[in-house]
Design a protein. Structure first.
Lengths: 354, 354
């Protein structure tokens, strides 16, 4: 696969983003939703801020506290010697007893970056979407943007101690917006809503993470109104070995081609190495897979993709399209935003039909 | 709490049910949905059948195989010395590597039992709802029945290697029925749909089981059409200790009282001892809890409740109502069906208001 990474990569790094919270550092700006609005390319950056700890034996966990109705940042100090917690994952502090997440080490929210050329971005000074309900007390993450009519629908992970669900927000101007609550219950993420009705129904990809039976794989659901979803169907599973045997999930918002709906998704192996693949879905019934790539179309190779806060990760939430050019914006190593141009024709030629 | 257990308890035991499959035994008839239809009380029994193994070192796992389009029972022989499986749970064979379910030890389906007096039941000879799709390859379990207008909506756990989701079936005559696919994605069970619209929306209780963050607790969702669900809200959580600190989930279909919607739910402690509790929800907004019982209203005490295939379990999927009398049908020890009469007034008097 001929991947034309931008020479400017990484496009946006933590150094480019001023922390919104006092005594915090930006540890990641990544996994950005993509929208084209008013002649500009907008990136809906996931910004992760971490409280600065003065003491090497104290980990500070940020939460938004809604006890008094409106959210307020609260920092929880955790002693690294506390035997009930496992501090080995850089992303979360887990209970040793059952492995369940006790806290996250950073708070994520969504911030806008704007560009006239899709290459040089200016980052807004303040958050665009900030945790606004108890179900977002641990952050909002990994937005995708689906443009339908005059409205942009933003789908994102809503994280709280009660689980990771999927929130929906709509906007017409990227200034004001409306919240629509959780459209999918925990544990679920990686939602990507199709940009038009298909035979009278809206469709979305989603990725449940079941506990007792099943694995993190891609499902598809349908809806009349984008708010209520049902007829959940299993779509694309893990392989037993190879680059996609650990977890798999929707990536970019699917787009229409002559051959079918094309979805650029992510998959990780058992070592948490995240790559991008492509799958082609039936134009009339997107719950039917026509073809998929047997090998990744983009994998961590550049230094900013192999090293960082959580290395060996490329993860897309959106693309822009110009003729044959598919411009993939992607998070690199949970640290920065990068982009690469791929040829649609070449992606389609790499697909293996079932 | 004054619990009037039926003197006939257990009402239906595995001995009362002839196996549907050759070379199988019925190991459980339990967790029955309840409906009143045509002057009779119907129980939608969960019947669990296990293949008979002639060799003590071979465990036989039943699956419905849809490879050729229509489902066909297939028996998988598993050697107890196989090091990749954990055989310690009587209900499932799990992968040692990640604890995930590899097979179930029995296949569940739904069978009808009929009674004129709600006390003496005749069990049908053949299944009513049998696995009918790939998402039910490991069985259909734990039905609840919600009566709306002329239609009975049956909500049940649809179990397959891809996870435990929630299926919906509607019937008007308990003879023919229509499938509506999965209304909730894995991992979820213990759905109980309210019997009428509330301020223009249908509501359901449900119980996700998230993997990374969160616990098995009760959520509530809303719908326009019973098929598509959204606005998922967290409703009732575990306690940190006591009878309800392990898992909690919806039980009977909620019913209306003057004080609010009354829900009789189940909760288990860390030792998997399952009891029933009651929670009162706002008549106008069932996502709002008004009151709940601090102690169980029914707990495993009788011999058939403390001993069996999986002992120390009482688990309800439905009740019938006559004036002040709440007749609770419940599964006992994942083995048999029992019933008890409780006073509505007494349940309401035991509630602690928030």
């Amino acid at each position: 696969m001929n991947v034309k990474r931008f020479k400017e990569n990484p496009l946006i790094t933590p150094e480019d983003v001023k922390p919104f919270h006092d005594n915090h550092e930006v540890i990641g700006v990544f996994n950005a939703g993509v929208a084209e609005f008013d002649g500009e390319t907008l990136l809906l950056l996931r910004v992760a801020e971490q409280p600065i700890s003065e003491h090497p034996e104290v980990v500070k966990a940020p939460v938004i506290d809604f006890t008094n109705g409106t959210g307020k940042l609260r920092i929880v100090d955790l002693d690294k010697s506390n035997p009930i917690y496992d501090f080995s994952d850089p992303r979360s502090i887990n209970f040793i007893s059952d492995g369940r997440g006790a806290y996250l080490t950073s708070l994520s929210y969504i911030r806008l970056a704007r560009s006239k050329d899709g290459r040089h971005f200016t980052v807004d000074d303040t958050p665009f979407i900030y945790p606004g309900t108890e179900r977002e007390a641990w952050g909002v993450e990994d937005p995708r943007v689906t443009h339908i009519g005059e409205t942009y629908y933003i789908q994102y992970s809503a994280v709280s101690p009660e689980g990771i669900g999927v929130g929906l927000i709509s906007t017409k101007n990227f200034s004001t917006y409306e919240r629509h609550g959780l459209i999918l219950h925990p544990e679920n993420k990686d939602v990507a809503i199709f940009p038009e009705k298909i035979n009278g129904k809206y469709y979305t990809l989603h990725r449940p993470v079941p506990k007792g039976i099943g694995r993190p794989e891609i499902w598809i659901a349908e809806s009349d109104n984008l708010l209520y979803w049902g007829n959940h169907q299993y779509l694309l599973g893990l392989s037993e070995d190879g680059w996609d045997n650990g977890r798999i999930g929707g990536g970019a918002v699917p787009f229409k081609t002559e051959k079918g709906w094309l979805e650029i998704y992510h998959a990780a192996d058992q070592n948490n190495r995240y790559c991008l693949g492509a799958v082609l879905l039936d134009l009339e019934n997107p719950a039917r897979i026509l073809a998929k790539t047997e090998v990744p179309i983009l994998e961590p190779e550049a230094e900013y993709e192999t090293s960082g806060f959580f290395g060996n990760v490329v993860f897309t939430c959106g693309v822009t399209l110009r003729g044959d050019n598919v411009r993939v914006y992607y998070g690199a190593s949970d640290t920065s935003v990068a982009a690469a141009d791929l040829s649609l024709e070449e992606i389609l030629s790499k697909l293996t039909y079932l």
